[in-house]
Design a protein around this ligand. Structure first.
Ligand SMILES: Cc1cc2nc3c(=O)[nH]c(=O)nc-3n(C[C@H](O)[C@H](O)[C@H](O)COP(=O)(O)O)c2cc1C
Length: 195
């Protein structure tokens, strides 16, 4: 069976983004059965305006196509003033009408466990878009900037590998049982100290 394609989406445009760094790390931690596409930059999308949906902007069409082609999407997005980043919300708003997220396996990752309000709001938005959240592959990992910001401190490859294996398991289940929910019973995950 060919590998499952996973699309990482970051809600941060910062060059030194911890959420983007977390998503990039997935390429090294993924089991062979998961092929992670390069992280997708959402900065090329125009601000959402339903009037523009009649002639879909090319950047919006590209994102919709990327999501459509992916077996699963992993989202990592920062919290700004207790809200979902505008970058991520803008991208999701563009996707609503297409229905591309309907039944799409989506995993929520978070580079800052204290940012729980935005995470809950993001979850709510995806639920209302009928995405299929793969909770057993969710991951909260305190990642902190280091001096050479390109390599953030505290990454935990074991926990990430564990999450990606859970995603692979859910996708295999879905593949063998079309129409079934991807949600499986939670599997034990390693313990992580909270800040
Ligand atoms: C304007 C602003 C508002 C922020 N508000 C919050 C917040 O409400 N809660 C929180 O946990 N972090 C908040 N932060 C911290 C960011 O979420 C944090 O810097 C995060 O690492 C940014 O994501 P990134 O590293 O992927 O770019 C805020 C940062 C900025 C610049």
């Amino acid at each position: 069976m060919s590998p499952f394609t996973v699309l990482p989406l970051s809600g941060s445009l910062r060059k030194a983004s911890l959420n983007t760094a977390m998503l990039k790390m997935a390429a090294d931690c993924a089991p062979p059965a998961l092929r992670t596409n390069p992280h997708r930059d959402l900065g090329d999308l125009p601000l959402f305006n339903p009037d523009l949906e009649v002639n879909e902007p090319p950047s919006v069409a590209r994102l919709r196509n990327d999501i459509d082609m992916a077996d699963a999407v992993i989202i990592a997005s920062p919290e700004y003033a207790h809200g979902v980043s505008g970058v991520m919300k803008n991208a999701l708003d563009w996707m609503v009408a297409s229905g591309v997220f309907v039944d799409k396996p989506v995993v929520l990752w978070n580079a800052s466990p204290r940012a729980s309000i935005a995470l809950a709001a993001l979850r709510e938005t995806l639920v209302v878009m009928s995405a299929s959240l793969v909770n057993e592959a969710a991951l909260e990992m305190l990642i902190q900037p280091s001096d050479g910001v390109e390599a953030p401190a505290n990454p935990d490859p074991v926990a990430m590998r564990h999450a990606l294996l859970a995603l692979e398991r859910a996708l295999r289940f879905r593949h063998h049982s079309p129409g079934a929910s991807v949600s499986l019973r939670p599997i034990p995950s390693p313990q992580h100290p909270r800040p």
